[in-house]
Design a protein around this ligand. Sequence first.
Ligand code: PHB
Ligand code: FE
Length: 336
Amino acid sequence: MSTQMTSELGVKSSAASNRTGYRSFTLGSFNFSRDEYFVHVTWPAKGQVLTHTVSADAFLRAMMRDVAWGFFYGWVNLDDVVGTRNLYGKVEMYAGRYSPAYSSKGLDLTETFDTPQIMATFKAILDDWTNAGFDPFAAPAETGKEWVGNKNGHNREAIERQRQACKRMPGLPGDADLRSDANGFPVNRAFADVPQDAPEVHAEPGFEDEVHAINLFAYLSRSDVTWNPSVSSVCGRSLCCPTTEEYILPIKHGNDRVEWFIQLSDEIDWVVEDKNTGAPRAKVKMKAGDVAAMPADIRHQGFSRKRSMLLVWENATPGLPEMYESGKLKPYPIEF
Ligand code: PHB
Ligand code: FE
């Protein structure tokens, strides 16, 4: 075992491995290490050390989302075994907690961390384990295979991208910019046929800053990332978070509220499972124009063969998780 170092932010790591060049990290009782192909997560349970192995590309794509979204709403399962639960101020890290094969035998572990500590640790892991040439936000067809092998440089530009979030709507004065060739957002190869015209807005004098419209398809056609909703309109607590999707949603999101999906183009297949046990609940094939409500008691993962456009509609009303947890609100939005 190499010597542990602790950074100012409380990140505990080893020296770089002589063999692979990667550091390993400790968070509470969890240990994270990587080699040429795999990430290994270990935790103690019942006097043993359990080891869980994940392909490094899948792990980096998942951890990238957890970091970029600030632990998101509710549960972010990095895969079927390990993940985080956002307690909004603190974050739980678990292994096996929502996998009955582990939890029914007492072989799971959950520990709670202050958000800045777990965030700093996850950022340090991403930084150390993402090699130059591999972009965890990109579709596999649009990034390199440099995730394979020994440590080789960094890709900080990719992993430090800020999630695009507007105050009201992109393109309003003082708000987030629209995307263009000039500011580094060319039309994606999959959306070459998407018209790039803009709506004409004729506002009454005095209302020029209040009335606004954009071509959302054009905006999305220029997204440079996958599975990364950007906040693209804010109306009270209602957030429209459209995103472009290709390959597999890297995480399984366990909802702590109802969210709505509107499939804007192409097709996504969703696998929906029970949030606590992972038992199959539904398969949802969403085609352009389809609308679905994802309940508050599920985890879900999407598969998109061709890059597609999805509108995720989130409800940011404070106190919602408690209202679902206590049964005050049903886990679904409508009764037929
Ligand atoms: C979700 O978990 O609801 C989700 C997350 C990211 C996406 C789409 C959906 O890109
Ligand atoms: Fe979700």
